[in-house]
Design a protein around this ligand. Structure first.
Ligand code: N7H
Length: 490
């Protein structure tokens, strides 16, 4: 039983977003800020219950054959550790997630983000040098040509409410691409998020642990404080202990990781073309094997040799697969983005790394992704092989432990060439899987094991050499998204 009226709407359900404005601000007058937040803004925050109601409304509207999107505005708010200290005093903000307390910039070097000689991240100046206290999220429908977007207008009106109590440090706008739901490299995104018990509908009455086929239902405590969580040592069907709640005001809140990730789209496609030519294969197949899905969303586990757009578009089938039957990565490379970031049942043999419950272990490192692309479409005339205009993904994810969820995936899985280790993976042999080619970071050149040219005989291996990254972090922040009660009373 989730307290749906307490939990901000982006965390589990997601706000309806054709456009999303992120306003990063500094609090200059804490007393005035608290008053405006309590009296003028909190009642307008989109909760999980209103986000759910809106989902139904949007579905009904589409069924009626309307082509336009509903003009819904969604509003959420979060605070950095420095912001919480400014509002609540340092004593009320102790004992929180260590990475949250240290702040995103302090973690950049450990995540292998590009850093300068002093170990400081090479980000947009506002993020690298200024103190950010909070972020306002305003999501809305698409703009009319030549007009400011409704989310932009709303965000400005909210900032005006706070007047001189805040200074805007940076403002970012995410925009859904014309190829709806696809990120800038061209792949359908937002397919596989975990389900949450008590909120995600079950489609199979015989399996109480499943949402849509292939979607495991996790305990809400993985994403929101105040509920049973995932215990890595227990079968994931059994409730784990509640994540540690150092302060009662954190109940029904969640940590948000924000990362502004530039995507070098022409360079990514030039790489696919050149490598595919050298390997004697098809660039689309190579790209699909680097991601683990075709651009349509069809998983290579189910469509290993050619795309199947009907499969990609079918939520009842496009997530219904595991990895452990894929011996020696014949269908999907161990290093593929979705195999690295969610290895499903790959770590199956419980004896190897001393994992009591390999499935539970994997499920304890999941995140709820709610990002949106940013930047213009590639201009074919000026950007054939080289990026001229910035574009990418405003990556957003929610969790109750930044250390064990987002950072664990980035550091211990995507960046780690030896993950999954041979002992853990089915038929793994002596190969080193290499870096996640999409987001794996090494502070230098990267490699991924790709036994493609000899597919399906697989007798000789090859390695993809990636001298340059395709994704470059250009800003980041760690935030806490409080409950509605906390916002009203804090
Ligand atoms: Fe990823 N991409 O276009 O290649 N991601 N991702 N991601 N990602 C996924 O299943 C992408 C990033 C995860 O459950 C898909 O929804 C890009 C970060 C996880 O099977 C595609 C960027 C992190 C999953 C992409 C990026 C993750 C996932 C398939 C950056 C965490 C679910 C669609 C610009 C550290 C895996 C889908 C599962 C899926 C892409 C970032 C994690 C197409 C371009 C930073 C957990």
């Amino acid at each position: 039983h989730l307290r749906e009226c307490e939990i901000q709407g982006d965390i589990i359900v997601g706000l309806q977003k054709d456009e999303e404005v992120f306003v990063f601000f500094k609090i200059l007058d804490a007393r005035k800020f608290r008053k405006v937040l309590r009296e003028r803004l909190t009642d307008r925050i989109t909760t999980t219950s209103s986000a759910l109601a809106r989902e139904l409304q949007v579905k009904a509207y589409k069924r009626e054959g309307h082509r336009h999107r509903l003009p819904l505005i969604g509003i959420n708010i979060g605070f950095t550790h420095a912001g919480l200290e400014t509002l609540l005093g340092a004593a009320k903000c102790t004992g929180m997630d260590p990475s949250f307390m240290a702040g995103a910039a302090a973690q950049a070097a450990a995540l292998s983000d590009p850093v300068d000689a002093n170990g400081n991240p090479v980000w947009k100046p506002a993020f690298a040098s200024d103190t950010i206290h909070g972020v306002l999220l305003v999501a809305g429908p698409a703009r009319e040509v030549g007009q400011p977007g409704p989310a932009e207008t709303e965000a400005s009106a909210i900032v005006a409410l706070f007047g001189n109590a805040v200074a805007v440090v940076d403002r970012e706008t995410g925009i859904t691409r014309p190829q709806r739901g696809h990120e800038h490299f061209g792949f359908l995104d937002g397919i596989s998020n975990p389900g949450v018990r008590g909120i995600t509908p079950r489609t199979n009455p015989e399996n109480p642990n499943q949402g849509v086929p292939g979607q495991d239902l996790l305990w809400p405590g993985a994403f929101v404080f105040g509920y049973p969580g995932q215990d890595p040592d227990k079968p994931f069907e059994e409730p784990g202990p509640e994540p540690h709640l150092p302060h009662p005001w954190m109940r029904d809140g969640s940590y948000m990781v924000f990362r502004r990730l530039n995507q070098r789209v022409p360079e990514f496609h030039a790489f696919l073309d050149a490598q595919a030519a050298a390997l004697g294969t098809d660039p689309a197949l190579l790209g699909a094997r680097m991601v683990g899905r075709w651009q349509s969303g069809a998983p290579v586990m189910l469509a290993p040799l050619q795309d199947d757009p009907l499969l990609g578009a079918d939520p009842a089938r496009n997530n219904a697969f595991e990895f452990s039957q894929d011996k020696a990565q014949r269908r999907c490379p161990y290093g593929a983005h979705i195999r690295k970031t969610y290895p499903r049942d790959d770590l199956k043999d419980p004896g190897t790394l001393g994992l009591k419950d390999p499935e539970g272990f994997v499920q304890a490192h999941r995140i709820m992704r709610q990002g949106i692309p940013f930047g213009p479409e590639v201009d074919e005339a000026t950007e054939e092989t080289t990026t001229v205009q910035e574009r990418g993904l405003m990556f957003v994810c929610y969790q109750t432990s930044i250390v064990e969820q987002f950072e664990f995936i980035q550091k211990d899985w995507s960046n780690a060439p030896s993950f999954p280790p041979a002992k853990m993976r089915p038929g793994g042999g002596a190969v080193t899987p290499g870096h996640d080619p999409i987001i794996g970071q090494a502070g230098g050149p990267r490699q991924m094991d790709e036994p493609l040219p000899n597919y399906p005989t697989g007798s000789v291996r090859s390695t993809l050499d990636m001298p340059e990254p395709f994704v470059v972090p250009t800003a980041a922040g760690y935030f806490f998204m409080p409950s509605l009660t906390a916002l009203k009373t804090m």
